[in-house]
Design a protein around this ligand. Structure first.
Ligand SMILES: [Zn+2]
Length: 342
């Protein structure tokens, strides 16, 4: 990475000082098109966005994103990896329209279990390029997207997304993680992961550690459950002591005011009480996606898109005892430390 880029954040719109980010949603998906349900095929390359999709995102995503500004939020990490992102220049368009900085990810998604979501055959469980390429080729791909740009454009990725499905990685996932680790060391951007299973936090962090990645450059994602589970929380606290960051997501608030999240709010207090609040960030995982059917707003986090975090989640968490200082550290202080190139 160029020396003059150290300390700056790489966004779709260019390099930025971290203070300009304000509060940051650390894991969202503005556009995640994985599977063409009509043609029954996995999406294998990025294409210019269709007029219908542009219209959908301009009307359904831009207004709520703009309103996030009123809550001090001026940036989001789009955690969608290649090749399921929108055409790179479209993020610049959305970013200007919504007055929202977008940090794009390079990297590779997990190997999805057969017969879950879209994966009906082994060939559709993971982007075929990940199975076919060597670690070197995968690392080169990530480094090019960070240093030069995506799909031949000058729009650059500012983070690396990696994912594994179970507590033990598949061979393809392990290759992707090793490549991502190399790209992290070569570029200095942070790594954000998909880690829904208890135990996967340890296999992911052990691999990064073996590869020589500074664990403070890693955010382990989808970890509300890990932090809430008393035994797993102990394991996570051990990793936090070594610098690793944890990111609870999917924090949708239902009709009952989200009472089911009280254990997570208590877990967040426990992490702060242990002196490790500097290792927590938050995201919703709100998505416009074709994960479960034709491309549409997601069904797994309630509306309004993205803004839900500020209109529903954080007020509910505050009512359950989250303090304003804990909120500020997770939403602003920690992201502004993690996102700049180091
Ligand atoms: Zn996600």
């Amino acid at each position: 990475m160029l020396a003059q880029e150290k300390g700056k954040v790489i966004t779709a719109g260019g390099l930025l000082e971290s203070a300009e980010l304000g509060r940051v949603m650390m894991h969202e998906h503005l556009y995640c098109d994985i599977y063409d349900w009509a043609a029954q095929r996995l999406i294998t390359e990025e294409q210019p966005i269709t007029p219908e999709r542009r219209e959908l995102l301009m009307t359904a995503a831009v207004p709520p994103l703009k309103e996030c500004n009123q809550h001090g939020c001026h940036a989001l990490v789009d955690a969608t990896p290649a090749p399921w992102r929108a055409w790179p220049t479209f993020y610049q368009e959305i970013s200007r329209a919504a007055n929202m900085h977008i940090i794009l990810c390079t990297g590779f998604y997990r190997e999805v279990e057969l017969s879950s979501y879209w994966a009906k055959t082994p060939a559709t469980q993971i982007w075929p390029f990940v199975r076919e390429a060597t670690v070197e080729q995968l690392a080169e791909f990530c480094e090019r997207e960070i240093m030069e740009g995506l799909c031949g454009t000058a729009v650059r990725a500012g983070a690396i997304k990696l994912g594994s499905s179970q507590s033990v990685m598949t061979a393809a996932e392990e290759k992707a993680f090793r490549a991502g680790a190399r790209a992290q060391k070569a570029t200095g951007v942070h790594i954000t992961t998909h880690c829904t299973r208890l135990g996967a936090e340890t296999s992911q962090l052990e691999l990064f550690d073996r590869e020589g990645v500074d664990l403070s450059r890693v955010v382990i994602g989808h970890t509300a459950w890990h932090l809430t589970d008393a035994n797993c929380r102990k394991v996570c606290l051990g990793w936090m002591k070594r610098g690793a960051n944890f990111l609870p997501t999917n924090l949708g608030i239902s009709e009952d005011g989200g009472k089911a999240w009280q254990p997570l709010v208590d877990a967040i207090h426990a992490v702060f009480d242990a002196g490790l609040g500097s290792c927590l960030v938050l995201g919703l995982d709100w998505a416009f996606t074709s994960e479960s059917g034709p491309f549409a707003p997601c069904g797994f986090v309630p509306p309004p898109p993205f803004l839900h975090l500020f209109t529903h989640t954080l007020p509910a968490f505050r009512a359950m005892g989250l303090t304003s200082s804990e909120e500020e550290i997770m939403m602003q202080v920690n992201p502004q430390r993690i996102l700049p190139v180091q």
